[in-house]
Design a protein around this ligand. Structure first.
Ligand code: GDP
Length: 666
C-alpha cells in the first residue's frame, strides 16, 4: 500500500505537522505522531479537510476584518458625537476589534496558496500524464445517461486488410452504389470519410483504409471506429498484413466483420479462408462462433448489401447516440489546403452540432466556420452529430486525430490554440513530466497499478512464444505491475508496430529481428522505446529491471547520528535553539530527527536549522558543538537526545524463475 508520513505531507503543504495532527483528530484519526504514516485515502481526506478549513477560516478572517473596519468607523463617529455631533449608528453589544485578524489572514493566505499550488501541480501533472486518455475520452462517443434530446447516430466503420485484397475497390463500390442510388450524380472529392445508406440507415466509412491509419488515429487518442471490416481475398487467404490488422483490431477492442472478397474469381476458396480464420480465434457463426463473415465481390458488387446490413447489426448492439444540443466535439479525419479556400479539415462530429459562423478551436488551429460541406460536397448551414463535415475557415492545417470544439470568442480560441501549440512543444518533455508526475503521485500516494505494455517481435514463432510465456510468468510474480503483451508477431519491427506501441503506450521488444533507421526515427518521433536482443534471458533480465523501475520505491529509515542538548537559547524570530554536542555520526540539515527525553519520544520532525558557531551549516560531524532548531518544536529541555535519520531507498528484486529462462525454440 502507498503511504506518506505526516511530516513529509506537512512539508509539502507548507504546514506544521501539528496542524495536520489536529485536523486528523477531526477525522477521527488519533494517536499519531509526525512520523506516522497515512494511507492514501486518509491523506486525501486530510487534504480536503484542510482546504475546507482554509476556506472557512478565511471567511471568518474576512468577517473579522469587516467588523474591525466597522468598529473603527464607529469609533470615528463616537469621537464626533463627543464633539457634539449626532451619532447615526448604534453600538453593537458583542463587538470587539478582532485580534490578530491580519495574522490569521496572512497564514491562511499562505495555506491557500500552497494548496492552490499543489492543486495546479496536480492538474498539470494529470494533464500531461493523461493527455492521450483525455483525448480519447473527448473523441469517444458520449456516454452516461442518454439525454432526452439525444438522437441515433450512424456507426463509423474502417476497412482493413492485406494489400491488394480489395479495400479501396470495396470502399469505392460502396460509395458509388450510394451515389448512384441517391442520384446525386458524379463522384465526389475524397474528404477522408463517406456515408453509405442502407434501408433508411447510414454508415460512415473512414476512407483511408488499412491498419496504419487506424492505429495512427488511435495513437493520437482518437479511437473513432465502431466496427472494423476486415477484407480477406478469397484467392489469397490470410496474409501477414491480415494478421497485423486482426491484432490491431483486437488491441483496439473493436468488433469485427470479415468480408471475404473476390468470390467472383474461379480460384476463390471461401471455405479455406474461413478455416484459416480459425487460427486467429475468428470462428464463423455457422461453425458455432460469433464472427460474422460475408463472402462478397467488390468488383461484381455481389452481396455488398449484406455486408452493410451486418455492419449495422454489429453496431446496433452498441446503441450509438449523440446529443445535438450538447457542446460540440469533433475529431479531425483528414485535412488539406485549398488554393482558394485555405486550410480544410474533415471533422467527424461526435457530439453537439456545428454551424456556419461558429468559432472553433481545432488542435493548434482556430477560426470562424465560413462554410460547411457534407461528404458529397454539398454546402450546409449546420451539421448534426454523427456525420463527417468539411470545415472551411481554419487558420492553419490540422492533423488527423485533432479534437475540434467550439469556443465563445475568436480571441479565446486563439489563446487556446496557442496553448495547444505550447503543449505540443512540451510533449517532447512528456517523459520527464511523467517521471515527475510519478514522484508526485507517489508522495501523495494516489498512483494506480502500473502497466507495462509490450509489442513483441521475434524471428520465429517459437521464440515469440517463449518470450511471451516468460513474460506471463514474470507478470504473475509481481502484483504491482501488469505486463500485457498487446501484440506478438514474427518478422522485423515495422512502423506499424511502432504505431501500435504509441497507441498502447507500449515498449517494443525485438528478439533477433532487424530495425530500419526509418522505424527507429518513427519510434523516436512517437517517444516509443525499442529494445532488441539476441538472447532471451537478456531480454527478460532487462524487462525485470524495467519493471522494478516502475515499482514504488521502498524507503527505509537509517540512523546517521546523535546529539545531546546542553543549553537552550531564545532567539527572536527563530524561537528556541538547542545548543548541542554531536556525539555520534553527522547531523545534517533537513534530515528527520527524533527527540528523546528519558527514553521517550517527545518530538519527531525535520531538522530545520543547523548551526555551527552561529553559521548555518549543512553538516556537523561528531564530536562538535552545534545549534539545532525547528519551528515545529520549541519545547526543548537540557538533556534531550536528538537522533537523526535519513530515508534510503531499498533495492527491490523479483527474479524470474529459472525454468522460464530456458528458450523453447532457439
Ligand atoms: P487494396 O490494396 O486492398 O486497396 O486493394 P485494391 O482495392 O487496390 O484491389 C487490388 C486489386 O484487386 C485491383 O486490381 C482490384 O481490381 C482487384 N479486386 C478488388 N476486389 C475485387 C473483386 O471482388 N474481384 C476481383 N476479381 N478483383 C478484385
Amino acid at each position: 500500500m502507498v503511504t506518506i508520513r505526516i511530516f513529509s505531507l506537512a512539508r509539502q503543504l507548507g504546514l506544521q505537522s501539528k496542524a495536520l495532527i489536529a485536523a486528523l483528530a477531526e477525522l477521527g484519526v488519533e494517536d499519531v505522531t509526525p512520523a506516522s504514516s497515512l494511507d492514501e485515502d486518509t491523506a486525501k481526506a486530510l487534504v480536503e479537510l484542510l482546504v475546507e478549513q482554509a476556506k472557512a477560516a478565511r471567511q471568518s478572517a474576512q468577517a473579522a476584518a469587516e467588523a474591525q473596519a466597522a468598529a473603527q468607523a464607529r469609533a470615528g463617529s463616537a469621537q464626533k458625537e463627543a464633539a457634539g455631533e449626532v451619532a447615526e449608528e448604534e453600538w453593537g453589544e458583542d463587538e470587539q476589534p478582532p485580534p490578530e485578524a491580519a495574522e490569521v489572514e496572512r497564514e491562511l493566505g499562505e495555506l491557500e496558496r500552497y494548496l492552490a499550488e499543489l492543486q495546479t501541480e496536480a492538474d498539470a501533472a494529470t494533464e500531461s500524464h493523461q493527455v492521450v486518455k483525455l483525448l480519447s475520452e473527448l473523441a469517444a462517443r458520449p456516454s452516461g445517461p442518454r439525454p432526452e434530446t439525444a438522437i441515433e447516430v450512424p456507426p463509423v466503420a474502417t476497412v482493413l486488410g492485406h494489400v491488394d485484397h480489395g479495400k479501396t475497390t470495396l470502399l469505392d463500390a460502396l460509395r458509388e452504389t450510394d451515389v448512384i442510388a441517391t442520384e446525386s450524380g458524379g463522384i465526389t472529392q475524397h474528404i477522408g470519410a463517406s456515408e453509405v445508406s442502407v434501408n433508411d440507415k447510414q454508415i460512415v466509412f473512414i476512407d483511408t483504409p488499412g491498419h496504419k491509419a487506424f492505429t495512427a488515429m488511435r495513437a493520437r487518442g482518437a479511437q473513432v471506429t465502431d466496427v472494423a471490416v476486415l477484407v480477406v481475398a478469397a484467392d489469397d487467404g490470410i496474409m501477414p498484413q491480415t494478421v497485423e490488422a486482426i491484432n490491431h483490431v483486437k488491441a483496439a477492442q473493436v468488433p469485427l466483420v470479415v468480408a471475404i472478397n473476390k468470390i467472383d474469381l474461379p480460384e476463390a476458396d471461401v471455405e479455406r479462408t474461413k478455416q484459416q480464420l480459425l487460427e486467429y480465434e475468428l470462428v464463423p457463426e455457422e461453425w458455432g462462433g460469433d464472427t460474422i463473415i460475408v463472402p462478397l465481390s467488390a468488383v461484381t458488387r455481389q452481396r455488398l448489401d449484406e455486408l452493410l446490413e451486418m455492419v449495422l447489426l454489429v453496431a446496433e448492439v452498441q446503441e450509438l447516440w449523440a446529443d445535438p444540443e450538447a457542446d460540440m466535439v469533433g475529431v479531425v479525419i483528414e485535412s488539406s489546403v485549398d488554393v482558394s479556400e485555405g486550410p480544410l479539415a474533415t471533422v467527424l462530429i461526435r457530439n453537439g452540432t456545428l454551424s456556419v459562423g461558429d468559432v472553433v478551436i481545432c488542435g493548434t488551429a482556430c477560426g470562424r466556420v465560413r462554410r460547411l460541406r457534407d461528404w458529397r460536397g454539398k454546402s450546409l448551414p449546420t451539421m448534426p452529430p454523427g456525420h463527417p463535415v468539411v470545415v472551411v475557415g481554419l487558420s492553419d492545417v490540422v492533423e488527423a486525430g485533432d479534437i475540434t470544439q467550439t469556443c465563445a470568442t475568436l480571441k479565446e480560441a486563439r489563446q487556446i490554440a496557442e496553448e495547444h501549440k505550447e503543449q505540443q512543444h512540451q510533449q517532447q518533455f512528456a517523459g520527464d513530466a511523467q517521471r515527475r508526475l510519478r514522484d508526485f503521485y507517489r508522495d501523495l500516494g494516489t498512483e494506480e497499478v502500473k502497466e507495462l505494455n509490450m509489442v513483441l517481435k521475434a524471428d520465429v514463432w517459437g521464440s515469440a512464444e517463449a518470450v511471451k510465456a516468460s513474460l506471463a510468468q514474470l507478470d504473475s510474480q509481481l502484483e504491482e505491475v501488469d505486463i500485457n503483451v498487446v501484440y506478438a508477431g514474427v518478422g522485423e519491427i515495422t512502423e506499424s508496430d511502432v504505431m501500435l506501441a504509441v497507441a498502447s503506450q507500449a515498449l517494443v521488444l525485438g528478439f533477433r529481428v532487424a530495425v530500419s533507421n526509418q522505424v527507429r526515427q518513427a519510434a523516436a518521433d512517437g517517444h516509443v522505446e525499442i529494445r532488441t536482443y539476441d538472447v532471451i534471458y537478456e531480454a527478460l533480465d532487462d524487462i525485470n529491471k524495467a519493471m522494478l523501475g516502475m515499482l514504488e520505491p521502498v524507503y527505509e529509515e537509517r540512523f546517521i547520528g546523535q546529539a545531546e542538548v546542553l543549553e537552550l537559547f531564545k532567539v527572536s524570530r527563530i524561537g528556541v535553539i538547542a545548543g548541542c554536542r554531536a556525539t555520534e555520526g553527522p547531523l545534517q540539515h533537513g534530515v528527520r530527527i527524533v527527540v528523546l527525553r528519558d527514553g521517550e519520544q517527545v518530538f519527531a520532525g525535520t531538522l530545520e536549522s543547523l548551526r555551527h558557531f552561529a553559521q548555518d551549516v549543512s553538516t556537523v560531524e561528531a564530536p562538535q558543538e552545534c545549534g539545532v532548531a525547528t519551528a515545529e518544536f520549541q519545547d526543548w529541555q537540557v538533556g534531550d537526545i536528538i537522533q537523526a535519520y535519513i530515508q534510503v531507498e531499498v533495492e527491490r528484486t523479483a527474479k524470474p524463475a529459472e525454468d522460464s529462462l530456458a528458450p523453447s525454440n532457439s
